[in-house]
Design a protein around this ligand. Structure first.
Ligand code: NA7
Length: 568
């Protein structure tokens, strides 16, 4: 057996989703040699895997894309206010082709381990796939995805089910649900979308529901030429508004207190955002304190409950569909979710009333003794979010410390991008990133990562020239800037390694910021609490995209104070 040859490169990117594609673009344009792998057979990341019927981004189409290709923003078409999964894939493939990134990518290849080598100051990476691959790289950029590792709940008898057992993130291409008796567990973003899409096709649909959720209309509709022209004419302003906003969804962010408005004004304000559509608009545009003030939150809850009563004709179903807890999960929007329960073939079972006893070959048995006969059972039960994919691989930093050890009390990363003890390793969409629209968040984090890498690369050139008085880099001996403006990989530029103190300070800040938020009162993946037995962890930075960007700017314009300096 021949050992695979080790490929020496500057930067290795893991994952070819929204984050991996942009990382590859930036690194290659920096003049670094780069390779990107993904276990999937083409680009797309979460949108490669989540192909269930109705899969749609609930960010307005004009913001569910990269901001950096200005020409593309003007010319690339989209037909609806929200993009469906196949269009998102097509868009990402288009970007890869347009910028000739495919040549850096290798698919059906999974990183299995990455180890920091102290003597070479490089990451030694092994991958498995059709052929074994060994890579030695100066920079490791992990873009493994935060909503990626599939979560199946631990329900007794699950594997005994005789019909089709499907997870929404692994939807089989040839699955035909026409006329079938279908059961579904999970009614979050995914569950509500898939139910709405399949209700008219299936024989029967039964939602086995634990916590009902608040959902508002999405406002999905075709895009008119006038609308697109208006977006195009204002695109720069639109993005500027995103960067200076809290959640980055392109919706106005109100500062008005709910309880300062009269009951009539409140009703009117809620009605207005309800009609315009979009979950984040409903949560943030009418009033500014829905997620922080209980009374305000209750007003929003009552409004939506009233709508459910109006929409769902059968009072029994309506009662089960109406949430009782706070409106403080990731806000949902839909294209007619509640209305499907007016169909005779669609029903909802209250698991709070009668929990699932076990899954049997014929279907689901609930505690009240009923057997629900099913031909197909869909799990829309989400993901082992944030750290899930990182726990699968063996990443070993300085002094043999693994990422599992580093994250044993919960995942943590400085500014969401770097971990103490993991030199020159970066994470895209890691823990404690801004709780905001993902594409702009991902772009912001990658811009920060690339500033770090540029700083490391440039710093050595400067250090070489200036012979610094011991403040820059201990590994000496210089990466030299070539005449083309690119940097050679021969030398050893500064190592970017975040300090323990900076990491802890960031986590403390995130913990403080979450204190006033009602989001802590509901158990969901946002705090890692969708996985039984896991301790709640502050997985997001709740200070807003705008203040995250201010903080990044402070880091990048003050010599990267969060990072260690070695004396030569
Ligand atoms: P989510 O939001 O994690 O939703 C998972 C759903 O599955 C939710 O309704 C859960 O109910 C339900 N679930 C999970 N385990 C069980 C068990 N054991 N029994 C009954 N029901 C269960 O995943 P999604 O895929 O919808 O969305 C994830 C993110 O992807 C979303 O926020 C978007 O950003 C895109 P529960 O509420 O826990 O009672």
């Amino acid at each position: 057996e021949t050992m695979p040859e080790t490929i020496n490169i500057d930067a290795f990117v893991v994952g070819a989703g929204v984050g991996g594609i942009y990382s590859t673009y930036r690194l290659s344009r920096m003049g670094l040699s780069v390779k990107c792998v993904d276990v999937a057979s083409h680009v797309g990341g979460t949108w490669y895997w989540n192909r269930y019927p109705g899969a749609m981004s609930d960010t307005e189409s004009y913001l569910y894309r990269y901001s950096w290709d200005k020409e593309d923003l003007q010319t690339y078409p989209w037909t609806h206010h929200y993009v469906y999964q196949p269009e998102i894939l097509k868009y990402l493939q288009h970007i890869v082709e347009k910028h000739d990134l495919r040549k850096y990518m290798k698919f059906e290849t999974e990183m299995t381990s990455a180890t920091w080598n102290e003597s070479t100051q490089r990451w030694m990476v092994t991958c498995s796939g059709s052929e074994e691959l060994k890579v030695s790289a100066r920079y490791l950029v992990n873009s493994l995805g935060l909503l990626s590792k599939v979560h199946y709940p631990d329900i007794c008898g699950l594997s005994s089910f005789a019909g089709d057992l499907i997870h929404t993130a692994r939807w089989p291409e040839d699955l035909d649900l026409k006329g079938k008796k279908v059961g579904i567990i999970g009614n979050g973003s995914t569950g509500t979308q898939v139910m709405t899409a399949i209700a008219p096709i299936v024989g029967s649909l039964t939602s086995f529901q634990r916590h009902p959720q608040y959902s508002v209309p999405s406002g999905q509709r075709p895009v008119t030429k006038e609308y697109r022209d208006k977006v195009n004419a204002n695109y720069q302003q639109i993005w500027d508004d995103v960067w200076s906003s809290v959640v980055g969804f392109g919706v106005p962010e109100s500062k008005r207190n709910t309880m300062d408005a009269s009951p009539e004004e409140r009703q009117k304000a809620f009605q207005e955002v309800w009609e315009q559509g979009n979950g984040f608009r409903f949560m943030f545009s009418a009033f500014g304190d829905i997620t922080t003030n209980k009374d305000a939150n209750e007003e929003a809850c009552n409004f939506i409950r009233g709508k459910i009563d109006e929409m769902v004709k059968d009072p029994r179903k309506a009662a089960i569909l109406k949430p009782k807890d706070l409106y403080a999960r990731r806000p949902l929007c839909d294209t007619g979710y509640y209305e499907i329960f007016n169909r005779e073939n669609v029903d909802v079972i209250d698991l709070k009333e009668s929990p699932i006893d076990k899954i049997i070959p014929e279907g689901i048995q609930t505690a009240d003794g009923t057997t629900h006969h099913l031909d197909a059972l869909i799990f829309a039960t989400g993901f082992d979010a944030i750290e899930g994919n990182y726990m699968r691989v063996k990443i070993t930093g300085r002094n043999g410390k693994t990422i599992q050890e580093h994250w044993k009390n919960g995942p943590k990363a400085f500014g969401s991008i770097a971990c103490a003890g993991f030199p020159n390793m970066f994470i895209v969409a890691g823990p404690q990133g801004p709780f905001a629209n993902f594409p702009p968040v991902i772009e912001s984090e990658i811009n920060f990562i690339m500033s770090c890498i540029e700083y490391a690369e440039e710093n050595i050139a400067v250090a070489q020239m200036e012979k610094p008085n011991g403040v820059v880099n201990g590994t000496a001996n210089g990466g030299l800037k070539t005449t083309s403006g690119a940097y050679t990989s021969e030398g050893k530029p500064r190592i970017m390694e975040v300090s323990d103190k900076a990491e802890t300070t960031w986590i403390d800040l995130c913990n403080r910021l979450v204190e006033g938020s009602l989001f802590t009162s509901t158990a969901s993946w946002i705090f890692g609490q969708n996985i039984p037995g896991r301790k709640p962890n502050t997985n997001f930075y709740f200070g807003g995209l705008n203040s995250y960007l201010d903080w990044v700017k402070f880091q990048t314009s003050n010599g990267f104070p969060g990072f260690l300096r070695y004396n030569s």
